[in-house]
Design a protein around this ligand. Structure first.
Ligand SMILES: [Zn+2]
Length: 157
């Protein structure tokens, strides 16, 4: 959120179940805040909006069908752009989040089980907000396993 605050909805608690899994979520969200993903996403959204407006103005004397085709093409292109961009953000937040939770004294190995639980949840009923904005897939879990040795260096027990 603006100002670098992180808010946790109670809807995530039945999935985190315990403190250490909540540390996975908080590490991930703090990483988004530290890396200022919110700001980037906001300015990217604004650029996309302005781009759309400029295109509408430029096309205003063209026949309706041409306008629709251009705007559809533009819309599809920019949606794909945003998706790949936020996947990079997610990956970055996963990576930094593991290190942050380890620094805070929580075993980063827990992240594997947590994201697996998230992946299982997604195939079930209506997901809470965090799930719908946070893709959980095998790639993410594999990446986390790859980063664990690095994160473990920050974990002292
Ligand atoms: Zn995220």
């Amino acid at each position: 959120m603006p100002g670098g605050k992180v808010v946790v909805y109670t809807g995530i608690l039945p999935i985190t179940k315990d403190e250490i899994s909540l540390a996975v979520v908080l590490g991930h969200e703090i990483a988004h805040a530290i890396a200022e993903h919110g700001n980037e996403r906001m300015s990217e959204g604004l650029l996309q909006q302005l781009g759309g407006v400029a295109l509408s103005v430029a096309l205003k004397d063209k026949p309706q069908l041409t306008q629709d085709l251009f705007l559809t093409a533009y819309g599809v292109g920019s949606t794909i752009g945003i998706l790949s961009f936020s996947r990079t953000h997610e990956s970055e937040a996963d990576h930094l989040g593991l290190i942050f939770m380890a620094m805070a004294g929580y075993n980063p190995n827990t992240a594997v089980n947590f994201w697996q639980r998230m992946a299982d949840m997604k195939t079930g009923q209506q997901p809470p907000e965090f799930l719908s904005t946070h893709p959980s897939d095998q790639t993410r879990i594999n990446d986390i396993k790859k980063w664990l040795p690095e994160a473990m260096k920050y974990y002292n027990n």
